[in-house]
Design a protein around this ligand. Structure first.
Ligand SMILES: Nc1ncnc2c1ncn2[C@@H]1O[C@H](COP(=O)(O)OP(=O)(O)OP(=O)(O)O)[C@@H](O)[C@H]1O
Ligand SMILES: [Mg+2]
Length: 258
């Protein structure tokens, strides 16, 4: 059992075992996740889909160490992070998770470069300027490094956000509706960036409502009422994932990528 967060080839990056999340609102209980089990391996490219209220954001928040489950186990790179304190979760989040949000979440008054650099300061990463510039280069935005967000297009803003996620060399990139605020052509450009990162070996999980976004991914997981009802994979270059009805405790590697 690896406890220091070091990666290993045979080990899933993410492992959820019978995860439950119950929110309490006054006297009412909301069962947002109801026994979810899941493994995601290194260099998977996963779409999480499902109707509104099915538990997608709840799952993303737990995967991203922004929240903890009520019951069940979450292992991130072999480390049990199910019941860690907020401060320990924050440290893991800073090192292992790159977030990309629908609304970009950039600091408005500061340059693209500073936006990418700032989280590295919190995690005390060395060579921050170089790392930030490299990340901007990877999303083809080195020539906009000194622009502020209001001097960038929507697609460019999202590419800055992806560079910010990449700069800390995270174990996973978690993107919640990353194309939701973009027109369809710009959305496709952003998906091209994710496709390239996937081809370079990055593990990526994207929440989306849109089939044409999910078609970029190699594995599609569908949630309904807090349970996984579909979990399908496809091989690179193969046809789009066709939904199979899966057992509710779907727990398969899904790593059709060879
Ligand atoms: N903080 C909270 N407190 C109480 N209930 C919550 C909370 N967050 C989510 N819920 C409830 O949990 C269920 C799952 O919500 P969640 O936000 O995960 O859905 P979602 O699949 O992301 O939906 P959407 O597509 O609308 O974003 C819903 O019934 C929701 O009302
Ligand atoms: Mg949501």
């Amino acid at each position: 059992m690896i406890s220091d967060g070091a990666p290993s080839a045979a080990q899933p990056v993410i492992e959820l075992i019978d995860l439950h999340k119950i929110y309490r609102v006054g006297t009412e209980l909301v069962y947002a996740l109801r026994g979810t089990s899941l493994k995601i391996f290194e260099n998977e490219y996963v779409a999480i889909m499902g109707p509104s209220g099915s538990g997608k954001s709840t799952m993303m928040n737990i995967l991203g160490c922004l929240d903890v489950s009520t019951k069940g186990i979450y292992r991130l790179r072999g480390q049990d992070v199910s019941r860690l304190s907020q401060s320990k979760l924050a440290r893991i989040r800073g090192r292992q998770i790159g977030f990309v949000f629908q609304s970009f979440e950039l600091l408005g008054r500061t340059t693209a470069l500073k936006n990418v650099e700032l989280p590295l300061r919190y995690s005390r990463t060395r060579h921050r300027r170089r790392r930030a510039l490299d990340a901007l280069e990877r999303v083809n935005l080195a020539d906009r490094a000194h622009h502020r967000p209001n001097q960038l297009s929507g697609g460019q803003k999202q590419r800055v956000a992806i560079a910010r996620a990449l700069a800390q060399q995270p174990a996973i990139i978690l993107a919640d509706e990353p194309t939701g605020n973009l027109d369809s052509a710009t959305g496709e450009e952003i998906m091209d960036v994710f496709d390239t990162l996937y081809a370079e070996g990055q593990t990526i999980i994207i929440v989306t409502h849109e089939d044409h976004i999910a078609e970029h991914c190699r594995r599609v997981i569908k949630l309904k009422d807090g349970q996984i009802v579909v979990d399908t994979s496809r091989s690179p270059g193969g046809p789009p994932a066709t939904p199979d009805e899966a057992p509710t405790d779907a727990d398969r590697p899904g790593a059709a990528v060879s």
